[in-house]
Design a protein around this ligand. Structure first.
Ligand SMILES: NC(=O)c1ccc[n+]([C@@H]2O[C@H](COP(=O)([O-])OP(=O)(O)OC[C@H]3O[C@@H](n4cnc5c(N)ncnc54)[C@H](O)[C@@H]3O)[C@@H](O)[C@H]2O)c1
Length: 353
């Protein structure tokens, strides 16, 4: 048996592949275009024969994808590939439309043709799992109920709008063509192999490098945080038992303001890797101009996946964040390799460092 994963060299995709291969013998075909966010080093611990086959390709390359589907006959595809960084979508939305909307469309087309030609039993068993975000639902006020699956889509950034469009395409391919799809909408992830442009790895990296820890606006933007391995276990569960055509919200029941997240990070770093001058990393926090259209609050009501599929996160924020900080301390070589010149330039432009 085989599955195809797109975007498997990225943050969540690589964690998913590592966990998948640790738990099963089922081969994973990893289709990744290796954008700035794709890093095969994330999968370096895999050995020949572990069941990982890497294919360098755009998921929107219909001919390539059709060929590999025919050759490997997967029983499922899990679609992680995307442009995923909100700030980048503000500076350059075109890549987000190209990959998240047009790329997903072309990928769906290739999968639809493949699926249509499968013998009946394989056709019935096939699944297309689309990995999406809670950002498609827009923003919440402090008193709003957390997002449920039937919330209206009200995306506010080019990133979330492009993900919303991809979710709609996936839904339409089920309703129109009968493609057996599943969609997951997850909150903010954190954990190993997270590219250091996102809040948590950026702050760990900057703290250790003696640089400012940039916090947008007043730092009171609230997010729900989920340890990446919990996201991966939820995806496995939805793939295994999710109802075709349904969407599942995935979250950690961990609502927290950005400033609080960074303050906790600093106190863990103070304990595990204290500054030589004995001053707390908190002193490095630096407030920067807020980004345009910054959503104030996201929160996930993850009742449906718990009730229907029996999934719950294994980590609390306190346990997950401690593991994450320790991982970054133990993998400074990975961080060094990722923080290439191009990345440095981009962070400089973004935060006016
Ligand atoms: N990171 C989060 O907190 C979060 C939360 C909820 C949902 N998601 C969703 O999960 C998915 C994975 O997120 P991530 O944080 O791992 O992203 P990431 O940016 O770390 O990785 C994306 C991967 O996709 C690859 N890719 C990009 N365009 C491609 C294309 N056209 N064809 C093939 N590969 C391509 C990149 O090379 C990279 O390896 C995304 O769909 C994202 O919207 C992320």
């Amino acid at each position: 048996m085989t599955i195809v994963v797109t975007g498997g060299a990225g943050f969540i995709g690589s964690n998913f592949i590592l966990d998948w291969l640790a738990l099963s013998n089922e081969v994973v075909i990893n289709v990744d275009k290796l954008t700035y966010a794709g890093n095969l080093e994330n999968l370096q611990s895999l050995k020949d024969g572990d069941g990982h086959i890497f294919v360098l390709s755009d998921m929107g390359d219909f001919a390539n994808i059709s060929e590999l589907l025919k050759a490997h006959r997967p029983r499922a595809v899990v679609n992680f590939a995307a442009e995923s960084h909100v700030d980048r979508s503000i500076h350059g939305p075109a890549a987000f439309i190209e990959t998240n909307v047009v790329g997903t469309f072309r990928f769906l087309e290739a999968v639809r043709f493949y699926w249509n030609n499968l013998p009946n039993a394989e056709k019935q068993a096939f699944r297309f799992l689309h990995v999406s975000t809670d950002e498609v639902y827009g923003t919440l006020t402090p008193s709003d109920h957390p997002f449920r699956e039937d919330n209206r889509y009200e995306p506010n950034s080019p990133y979330s709008a492009s993900k919303a469009a991809s979710d709609h395409l996936v839904r339409a391919y089920h309703h129109t063509y009968g493609l057996p799809v599943l969609t997951t909408n997850c909150s903010n992830n954190y954990g190993p192999y997270h590219f250091p442009e996102k809040l948590i790895p950026l702050c760990i990296h900057n703290a250790l490098a003696g640089k400012p820890l940039p916090i947008y606006g007043d730092g009171q933007q609230i997010r729900d945080w989920l340890y990446v391995k919990d996201h991966c276990s939820a995806i496995r569960r939805v793939l295994e038992a999710g109802q075709i055509g349904e969407a599942y919200n995935i979250g950690g029941w961990n609502e927290m303001a950005n400033l609080e997240v960074v303050t906790i990070l600093c106190s863990i770093l103070d304990e595990l890797s204290p500054r030589q001058d004995g001053v707390s990393y908190i002193e490095q926090i630096s407030f920067v101009k807020d980004r345009p259209g910054h959503d104030r609050r996201y929160a996930i009501d993850a009742t449906k996946i718990e009730r229907e599929l029996g999934w719950k996160p294994a980590e609390t924020f306190n346990t997950g964040i401690r593991k994450t900080v320790q991982w970054y301390l133990d993998h400074q070589d990975w961080v060094e390799n990722v923080t290439s010149g191009a990345y440095q330039n981009w962070v400089g432009k973004q935060y006016g460092a």
